[in-house]
Design a protein around this ligand. Sequence first.
Ligand code: IPM
Ligand code: MN
Length: 356
Amino acid sequence: MTKKVVILGGDGVGPEVADVTADVLRKMSLDLEILEPICGEKAQAELGNFFPDETRKLCDESDAILFGASGTTSGFLLAYLRWGLDNYINIRPIKYYPGCRTPLKDAEGIDFVILREGIEGMYPGREGDISLLTKNLPEYRDILGKSFADYGEGKFAVRIITDSGARRFLKFSCEFTLQRKAAGYKGNLTCVTKSNVLRESDGLFYRIMEEEIKLFPELILEHYYVDDMARRILRFPKDLNVLTTTNMFGDILSDEAAELVGGLGMSASACIGGTVPYFEPVHGAAPDIAGQGIVNPTAMMFSAKMMLDQLGMADAARALDDGIAAVYREGRYLTHDQGGSTSTTKFADAVMKKIG
Ligand code: IPM
Ligand code: MN
């Protein structure tokens, strides 16, 4: 059955990477209905609304959404894509493709995945004046024995880990690692927390991890604190298989890890688990290079590849992956972030030629 895909360019470089990726998908003649409704800054300028009702309706009724990037509209669009659609699983692969830029002497063989919880933790920012806590939690004492009033004027941020939210995400993390093991990878799942400091919230996260992994005797659970993990990503990237962590740690570690394998220009993500899955590059709107036709569309193309996989189109996903890999291996058509001077559209042409 034909799958309905909505491509939302969004802001900054978003529409540029979206347009060429839509072209590649169309050229592949897949059983896809591709829609590109207006949204983001353009919709705001023309219709006075970042996310028109008709665009939202198309998204709600689609099988998958491919999203470029959000700039000034980020809060609003991400609120819909992540919380509105309940996409609590964020999958961020870190894989080296020979020919891409890397600071390592030998990056061959780096191939791991960061699973980032998508809707809890420090997101969406819940902040306020300390006085609010002083008023509502007068009895509260921290481990230093201090009340909120003792801290004087300032701001707070709240980090939330729920039983059900952590459990469904960590259960998925186990299933994901098992599937990967069946595909020939190792069976180690590395949980990343800061439970030595965040004893209650990350303590809960890790306790649930230990419970869930019991149902998967084929898997091996590892646990590192996030500061140690940040170091290990640089020191032992080839030993990593699947990392699972809370929202903001996943956000930070995925940017760090991306730098080993080409940077944000190549880093894709899938946000799934909710009513409609969506796929997006890890990079943002990059306003400094927007409109120049030089942005690297690889991250968006890899996001499209993850979308095809999710839609059950594994052969097409592989063909797209192979096409992109071939362009990097050849090294003739590289965008400026990879040390070349190829434009966004020329890069897409090169990928299309490889796909045939
Ligand atoms: C990401 C981005 C977003 C995040 C921003 C734009 C809110 O950095 O997708 O990684 O922090 O989740
Ligand atoms: Mn980020």
